[in-house]
Design a binder for this molecule. Sequence first.
Ligand code: NDP
Length: 333
Amino acid sequence: TRQWVLDSRPVGEPSAENFRLETAELDDPGPREVVVRTLYQSVDPYMRGRMRDAESYAEPWDVGDPMRAAVVGEVVESRHPRFERGDVVQGEGLYWAEHAVADGDDLRRVDPSLAPVSTALGILGMPGVTGYYGLLDVGEPRPGDTVVVSAAAGAVGSVVGQLARLNGCRVVGIAGADEKLEWLTDDLGFDAAINYKTEDVHARLREETDGIDVYYDNVGGDVTDAVWDLLALRCRVVVCGQIAQYNATEVPTGPRKLAKLIETRGRVEGVLVRDYDAEQWREAITRLAGWIGEDEVRYRENVVEGFENAPDAFLGLFEGVNLGKQVVKVADA
Ligand code: NDP
């Protein structure tokens, strides 16, 4: 199989040089294992953490090892009782590879009748589940609340904003391109959207909100600073991601505006999708699929064609090239 390995650890911005394409022999599947042919491979911001030589919430990858990814693929050989040749499956811990041998117990079946199978990497997969529990469980939105979400046109953010709308909230999204803002307000029903690259986020939030009850933070950094002073009484800040700092070469200074939390008696809480068990994943995915079927929730994907372009697809996340979930199409079904 062809596979991408981590060739070197990035310092600051990752680049194409950090990745190496190589060919490896595939082992024969053992008992309960299956051979998966990759159809779609995910690239996700958390992978930047794994390229680093430091313990975070994700374990670091070793240099020279194949990199891991969530994959949707087709079973081409099975020694697992639950799967047979031709089944479409999804696994979180597969590889940046065209084929892989996987433990069948770690795979879930993908139902192609629900939605295109690539969505098992996006809205009907890890990012969708993150947005679902991050907002509903940690953010606790109530009707009439004002919810602000950053990286709003991304995989997680676009789910968060729409679920906030379904819960009767006023929703303001922050994103980095006018095309994204249009999608948020014209297609997804956000009440307002702000371009943090071209607009004064603080000033615009002042116009668009009268106190922020829930801030769903995917980015951190300057965007979060701009939100902070406008937090409302009993606000909830959901810390989901800090992508603006993933390439930082220095340790960022600690949060300084904590006095705001005294004034608001606000709560700041992190969310980690892997805390939710298989049953909770199923519940979130079933509900999201239901809303998609009723056209209550919409999604987009930015499909990068070709396995050889996987590193570019990953690097694109840090430039915001993706409108919706960034996925790599590796092969036809
Ligand atoms: P996205 O689809 O949102 O892609 C990343 C987006 O981040 C880009 O499109 C870009 O959009 C924005 N971005 C990139 N660099 C910056 C920057 N320097 N400042 C501000 N925005 C930036 O990715 P996901 O939806 O998969 O993930 C969103 C966040 O959620 C990430 O931080 C990720 O780590 C986190 N996450 C956390 C999980 C958890 O369990 N806690 C699980 C899954 C994701 P733009 O054009 O708007 O700049």
